[in-house]
Design a protein around this ligand. Structure first.
Ligand SMILES: [Zn+2]
Length: 441
């Protein structure tokens, strides 16, 4: 960062800037130091929540520190919907709250509050993007579809910040026709960003367009995939076209930044200075390293509406706590994020499969399937939707149904529908799997 740029940042966003500096520093300190900071922040948070947040006054009564974490009941989306008022901190002013909501892509929208005084989570998100080699202050383009981000009219200071300090531009992921993608490629080549952030489905569309029309992105940039599960087949194609690695970023609207992939491309570093991430099995007990389970997060920086042991709705795998990454960052790691808990399809024989199975099954065996969506309507019925190309063969349907029955049970009812376009979610994402009977819901 240049001195001039650093000074400008200091004037405009001194708090975020300070947080970014300290988050970068702590990420390289010994693991013990990181865990010590995490515990200190946790103790401060529970002391606050016990006194000021009605929902937690009894729940956190006898808690001392992070060793007692497992004794706290999980916070679910259902509880948040029913008890939102009790989860709101009583000793803050209205200006300290920002009403926020989830996109509702998995069903009903959930309302909650963000803490206006929290800049640390954003700093962790910037730090995560910096793992890709991009530097804060360099240009970036985000192809995104979160309606809320567009509806929030930025004020003067925010506009100055976006244009001149963050040097960022946003393109819409709702408009991804061939003509739009052509414009986007021109825009990228003219704007010359060092970083391109997008949903994996969006990045894949651009990569496929570049192959089909022999178009090139002529500026060197790094790629961050965010907002959806990044599947291996998407990574493969995107990396082949762009000629370098994709960096997977995992976060959500509620707690912002959770984990980001680094240059070692061997997992994602958890923002352990901003949150506590646990992975639990179906009994709610800690999963072993390497075992898939539900991700539980405790946000250490939201004092307005504390998320303590929140069931975020994703499945992931923790890396061995003794593992040390070759990149030099000492934040603990997630091995991978498997997808949403809502994405688990359950057979009539009790077998369960996550999104990775379906992407492998369809992509590797049936060249005529461009895009798919599997929806489990009831415990014994699934509907499958396809967007197809000219290699599609109707006779494949029988093979597909037979193979799925072998895996998930003979009496499972399976219907296949071919459509021109599978509908997207309200925020422009594609959902590969939707389960209305997920065992985790
Ligand atoms: Zn690393």
């Amino acid at each position: 960062m240049s001195l001039l740029y650093e000074s400008a940042l200091f004037l405009f966003k001194n708090r975020l800037y300070r947080d970014l500096k300290s988050s970068l520093k702590i990420s390289h300190e010994d693991r013990q130091e990181i865990l010590k900071l995490q515990n200190n922040k946790f103790v401060r948070l529970i002391d606050h929540a016990r006194i000021n947040v009605p929902y937690y006054s009894q729940i956190l009564k006898n808690l001392r520190d992070i060793d007692d974490l497992a004794g706290i009941p999980f916070l679910t989306k259902k509880i948040i919907k029913e008890k939102a008022d009790d989860l709101k901190t009583k000793n803050l002013k209205e200006k300290d709250f920002r009403k926020n909501s989830t996109s509702g892509s998995t069903g009903e929208t959930m309302y909650f509050y963000s803490d206006m005084n929290n800049t640390y989570a954003e700093a962790c998100a910037i730090r995560g993007d910096m793992f890709s080699g991009w530097n804060y202050g360099e240009k970036k383009i985000t192809i995104w579809g979160a309606l809320r981000d567009f509806h929030d009219k930025p004020g003067f200071k925010a506009r100055i910040n976006q244009k001149y300090l963050q040097k960022s531009e946003i393109l819409s992921s709702f408009n991804m026709t061939e003509k739009d993608i052509d414009h986007y490629i021109d825009f990228i080549n003219n704007f010359k960003p060092s970083l391109l952030i997008g949903y994996p489905t969006g990045l894949l569309l651009i990569a496929e367009h570049m192959i089909k029309y022999n178009r090139k992105i002529t500026v060197p940039l790094t790629l961050v995939s965010a907002g959806e599960t990044l599947y291996d087949f998407q990574r493969e194609i995107i990396e082949k076209v762009f000629g370098h690695g994709v960096f997977n970023r995992y976060g959500c609207r509620e707690v912002i930044q959770i984990a980001s992939e680094c240059e070692a491309h061997n997992g994602l570093h958890i923002s352990a200075d901003h949150l506590i991430a646990e992975v639990v099995n179906e009994k709610g007990e800690p999963a072993s390293p390497g075992e898939a389970g539900e991700i539980i997060v405790t946000d250490l920086d939201n004092y307005a509406f504390p998320f303590i042991r929140y069931k975020i709705g994703d499945i992931g795998i923790l890396k061995d706590p003794d593992y040390r990454c070759s990149c030099g960052v000492n934040l603990p790691m997630l091995e991978r994020v498997e997808g949403r808990t809502m994405d688990v399809i359950v057979g009539t024989n009790g077998n369960r499969v996550t999104g990775t199975f379906w992407t492998l099954f369809f992509r590797h065996n049936f060249k005529g399937i461009e895009k798919f969506q599997v929806i489990q309507e009831t415990s014994n019925q699934i509907n499958i939707w396809f967007e197809i190309n000219e290699s599609y063969n109707n006779r494949d349907n029988e093979t597909i149904i037979n193979e799925i029955k072998k895996l998930l049970g003979d009496d499972l009812q399976i219907e296949i529908h071919v459509v021109d376009e599978i509908s997207k979610t309200a925020t422009g994402k594609h959902r590969w799997i939707i389960s209305k009977v997920s065992p985790y819901a």
